[in-house]
Design a binder for this molecule. Sequence first.
Ligand code: NAP
Length: 361
Amino acid sequence: MAGKVRVGVIGATGMVGQNYVRLLSNHPWFELTYVAASPRSAGKRYMEAVAGRWVLDEEVPAAVADLTVGDAGDVDAARRQCDLVFSAVEMDKEAVRELEERYAAQGLAVVSNNSAHRWTEDVPVLIPEVNPHHTEIIPFQRQNRGWDRGLIVVKPNCSLQSYLPPVYALLRAGYEVESMVVVTMQAVSGAGYPGPASIDMIDNIIPYIPGEEEKSEQEPRKILGFIQNGRIVPDHSIHISAHCNRVPALDGHLACVSLKFRSRKPALDEIVRIWRTFRAEPQELGLPFAPQPVLIYRDEPDRPQTRRDRDAGRGMAITIGRLRECPVLDVRFVALSHNTVRGAAGGAILSAELLKAKGYI
Ligand code: NAP
């Protein structure tokens, strides 16, 4: 379609990939022209490749159903059919790093959900409302690697996208956070398809998600960091302690957060005012996937709730509630976001929109 950027999804058959297929349907700037997955799916019609494991309520979009699934390892095939790829493959980290770099070297923009490049110094970890300026590392990235049009940007872990934007809003308003304790309750879809066995999840909570607590404690440092000499320098000023739990919800990651401020502590009504008036670059630019508002504060004592609030702002808004004094730290609250939309495919589409609005694609 004239004027639209041709995009592909690698890992299109998985939990996140299916959400891309749904969310990119009728996107005003992007047209999904290419889907790829493992050699197990390659060569099949998309409809056949996801038969028996399509997890969404909506039908497979007609425009995608008959696309032939490519092999994600075949970069030349992708290059012929699209200019940007969303990467949602689940593979060994070293293999993902190497694969995403091959796409970028061939001139494709790569927006990834995988954690493989999150600690690469010249690769930004974007939450478009928090660190849109980290896109300024892209010219250094291209120069470092000899890429002309290619680039790699990545999404952070899905769990921290419920609580980092509300915390960032307070930082931006001038309130320094000294420490944060966060306890997450994360949906099963966060584990990909088919996820944990039902016999492990029904009537149960699993207090362990491999690697998740480390990501929740470390990734905010890079997102809140600054660019210096062509690399992103992490900010170590906030001490974070995370407990991550897998709970029997289908979608939606909920976080209970306690904060201690460094010197000045905001009043509770000031915090609510900051959240309710928070706008960032995606909202100012009017990006198609930017929720308005991005932070929704609810006054009811029993909200947010995973099932009722995860779809707020078409799954892109973050719902916050239960703000109160904390007798141990300073304040505490509950925050929720949709893990496969804001935390994965939707958040990555918003990142791609930001890249396009800034002229990087
Ligand atoms: P998933 O449901 O397991 O899907 C994995 C995808 O990777 C499938 O399309 C699969 O293709 C493909 N794949 C597997 N092995 C491959 C190989 N050797 N070569 C090429 N493609 C291969 O996983 P997911 O939950 O969608 O997660 C995808 C990525 O997003 C992961 O890195 C995950 O950590 C990240 N993420 C997930 C979430 C979430 O909420 N689920 C949130 C944020 C980030 P086949 O169908 O052909 O096997």
